[in-house]
Design a binder for this molecule. Structure first.
Ligand SMILES: [Zn+2]
Length: 357
């Protein structure tokens, strides 16, 4: 991985961005994109859009290409502070509750970050009934070590966001683990593509977007795609790797960490976008994996495809283990290969490319 790009990736992972609280991470994205974009704008929803204009200005017919990665990640929200100063929370996005118990957390308050832990009663004190049933959000709490409610009130405001402890953790074989790999890997990939295309000829107008609020309903992709009005849109997100114990290959196919970007097929994907992605991979010896989805995907690709009168949409995914947990794991080479794939795609297409299925 290119040095400055690696620093960018680590900064993305270390910056909290629960859905609805994305501006700190958008500042990191803006800083990275600045040297490679002709224009950068933020919309009223909080999406950040970097624009790279075509180098072929002859007839003004360049297709508009949108590349999107969502910068928001899962978190918790403070709903209530009880009489002893414990924080009662609800999820921002789809957590698997048992995975939260015992986690080190950070409460991101107006006055700065405060360390916290997520817990419930000790196992010795649980009734047999409680032991056997799945804990719910009202069974757990966040302890920030305050003496009483008064102290908690002086620090924490209702609606503050809480995150798992952030940070990049390198693993063996070029793997890495962190909360929020979903979808900081996607943001990284689309903005790395912008870097790779710097000073390269381009027959499209490129709109690289760090979208907001994907985890609570693909919201930033909907507003940014409407604003950009793209001809072609590609979302980059994570997908389930099935190279772990118990993973169901029969259900989602065989997807491995380190075996390259995953190119999706199905109703959510325009067949011409799919073909051009596969050809871009083949022509440039980029390893890749295929995955079929027989319905709308749960990604920004869904919102992008349905913008205005319809957008020729693609989906490229980074294989990810342990999705929606604080230990999401990816292979760094898959990110690098995904950005190579997208830059080859952007250079392969132009005004003459047909997008009608
Ligand atoms: Zn995602």
């Amino acid at each position: 991985m290119h040095d400055a790009s690696f620093e960018f990736f680590k900064a993305l992972l270390s910056t909290p961005s629960p859905s609805g609280f994305e501006s700190p991470v958008q500042d990191i994205v803006r800083q990275f994109a600045n040297p490679f974009a002709d224009e950068i704008r933020s919309d009223r929803h909080g999406n950040l859009i970097a624009i790279r204009r075509t180098t072929n200005r002859v007839d003004g017919s360049a297709p508009r290409v949108m590349l999107a990665g969502h910068c928001d990640q899962l978190g918790l929200m403070v709903m209530h502070i009880d009489d002893q100063g414990f924080l009662m929370v609800q999820p921002i996005g789809g957590w698997d509750i048992p995975i939260l118990l015992g986690q080190l957390l950070t409460v991101w308050t107006q006055k700065g970050p405060i360390p916290g832990v997520c817990s419930r009663k000790a196992p010795h004190l649980l009734s047999p009934d409680e032991k056997n049933k799945l804990p719910q959000f009202h069974d757990l709490w966040v302890d920030i070590g305050v003496k009483d409610k008064k102290e908690a009130d002086s620090l924490v405001q209702i609606g503050d966001a809480i995150m798992a402890q952030l940070g990049f953790r390198p693993m063996r074989n070029g793997f890495a683990s962190a909360p929020g790999m979903d979808d900081k890997v996607g943001v990284w990939t689309v903005f790395e593509t912008l870097r790779l295309l710097h000073n390269q000829p381009l027959n499209v107008d490129l709109f690289v977007v760090s979208t907001v609020q994907e985890e609570i309903g693909l919201r930033g992709a909907a507003t940014s795609a409407y604003g950009i009005n793209p001809t072609v849109g590609i979302a980059v997100d994570v997908c389930h790797a099935t190279d772990t114990p118990g993973a169901e290959k029969k259900q989602v196919g065989e997807i491995k960490l380190g075996a390259g970007p995953v190119i999706f097929r199905g109703a959510n994907i325009n067949p011409r976008v799919f073909e051009n992605l596969v050809l871009s991979a083949t022509e440039n010896n980029i390893p890749n994996q295929l995955r079929g989805v027989p319905k709308a995907t749960g990604t920004d690709a869904n919102a992008i495809q349905l913008a205005r009168e319809g957008v020729a949409t693609g989906l490229v995914s980074i294989p990810n283990r342990y999705m929606h947990s604080p230990v999401e794991m990816v292979a760094l080479q898959d990110l690098v290969d995904s950005s190579r794939l997208l830059s080859a795609f952007c250079q392969r297409i132009g005004p003459e490319t047909n997008w009608i299925p």
